[in-house]
Design a binder for this molecule. Sequence first.
Ligand SMILES: N[C@@H](CCC(=O)N[C@@H](CS)C(=O)NCC(=O)O)C(=O)O
Length: 220
Amino acid sequence: MPEIVTYLGNKSYSSWSLRGWLACKLTGLPFREEVHPMDTPEWKPWISARSPSGKVPYVTLDGAPLWESLAIGEQLAELNPGQFWPEKAAARAHARSIAAEMHAGFGELRKAMWMNLRRSFPGKGRTAGALADIARIEALWEGTRQRYAGDGPFLFGARFGFADAMYAPVVARFHTWQPALTARSRAYVDAVWNHPFMAQWVADAKAEPWTLAKYENPDP
Ligand SMILES: N[C@@H](CCC(=O)N[C@@H](CS)C(=O)NCC(=O)O)C(=O)O
């Protein structure tokens, strides 16, 4: 069995860490995780001694370094392909494209509505840029689900896959900041939020001892 180790920032705040961890979960294999609080004097030395980019998520697979969440997902998918990507080529092409769009984009949303799994800031963070990103995400979710989800609750149907994992932190942000969403988007948000992987991550986040002030004030 391959040895997988994942290095993570705070589960409460580190949205990229969540993507890497979900990729590890999708393998269906046991893995070890090491969590370290960000924005502390020890953070940079800790992560820089491990991850070539000095960022999380960082994963080792039988000792081989893996960084950048999309690359982590693609590599770990080789261990359990059917769980990560849809079976049909057209759906897989679509899944890869929306995963890449998430990897590269939505900076305004990420800046205005950061992840904080222990807090609720309804009505805040609604900058023009964040609202434009949300409109694109809702259109993308709806277009994908209309075409590929059938009766299933996730982007490509019944199975929570890697495209869902890439958007899971958006779901978490929507949970905290509660922007206005269509009923269909809300149903998708609920499906991801209630998935057992997500529930486990949120429970771990709530049990963390660390609070980072910069993520606690919705009116910076
Ligand atoms: N494009 C990278 C983004 C990595 C990233 O920005 N990670 C943040 C996680 S919140 C980080 O490590 N921040 C702490 C730091 O830069 O010291 C990926 O997809 O993995």
